[in-house]
Design a protein around this ligand. Structure first.
Ligand code: SF4
Length: 240
């Protein structure tokens, strides 16, 4: 689906595949609820949210009205609502849902792979924090995600940086998909762009999209050296 196709979709309610009522880890220093939207245009080999990849709803899915009812009962108890997925930017109703959340007094967080930069631009006024998944350099996307949409993710990074929205760039690393030299090149590129907050997420292969994906193994010394070198390039660096 092209960006033009996505933006021209008729207005539609959010398609929601799940809700986590309370978490401390999805928006730094905030007590949040997480809304998981359905649908993703990527097929990351290591994706473990596979039940959210398809857009069509399933029995038991919540409506946006259900979520609003839940949030109404949590006013004063939660700080923020994080939209995650899937790829939340695919949803035309995202801005309206975020407006609802702002109106209830909650801050708004977003987890995204930046796949619809135009929609990200549109919803900037609602955003308090973003966790942006950068899968690799644009040339790495076909191997890792099965798509050629790397430019979209990097465009979204530019938008966030220009807008000054607090954010964290995260990259999930499977050493079979992101070779050491590719990882170094990615860290260099993020540093040159001025990214200050970079997190490396270790790949979990249990129940992932590519059931044949093997454990992500690398010589421990080489891995430690790669991560140490990367850590020196950013003001804040974390491994998860
Ligand atoms: S890991 Fe990749 S395929 Fe899975 S939801 Fe996230 S962006 Fe989509």
């Amino acid at each position: 689906m092209t960006t033009a196709d996505v933006l021209s979709l008729p207005v539609e309610p959010l398609r929601i595949g799940g809700l986590v009522p309370m978490t401390t880890i999805d928006f730094p220093d905030h007590l949040s609820a997480v809304v998981f939207t359905r649908g993703c245009n990527l097929r990351c080999q290591y994706c473990y949210n596979t039940d959210l990849l398809q857009t069509s709803s399933r029995v038991g899915d919540m409506s946006w009205e259900d979520v609003l009812g839940f949030l109404d009962r949590r006013q004063g108890l939660l700080d923020s609502v994080v939209f995650s997925g899937g790829e939340p930017l695919l949803q035309k109703g995202l801005g309206a849902a975020m407006r609802d959340v702002n109106g209830m007094g909650f801050k708004v967080g977003l987890h995204t792979a930046g796949q619809v930069p135009e929609r990200l631009q549109e919803i900037l006024p609602h955003l308090d924090w973003v966790g942006l998944d950068i899968k690799g350099l644009p040339d790495d996307y076909p191997r890792i995600t099965g798509t050629s949409t790397g430019d979209k993710g990097w465009q979204s990074l530019n938008i966030l940086m220009e807008a000054g929205i607090p954010h964290e760039v995260r990259t999930t690393v499977h050493w079979g998909l992101t070779q050491p030299e590719k990882f170094n090149a990615l860290a260099d590129c993020l540093q040159k762009k001025g990214v200050q907050n970079f997190t490396v997420q270790r790949c979990r292969i249990k129940n992932c999209f590519n059931s044949e994906l093997q454990e992500s193994v690398l010589d421990p010394e080489l891995e430690a050296d790669l991560l140490k070198r990367a850590s020196g390039k950013f003001e804040r660096f974390a491994i998860r």
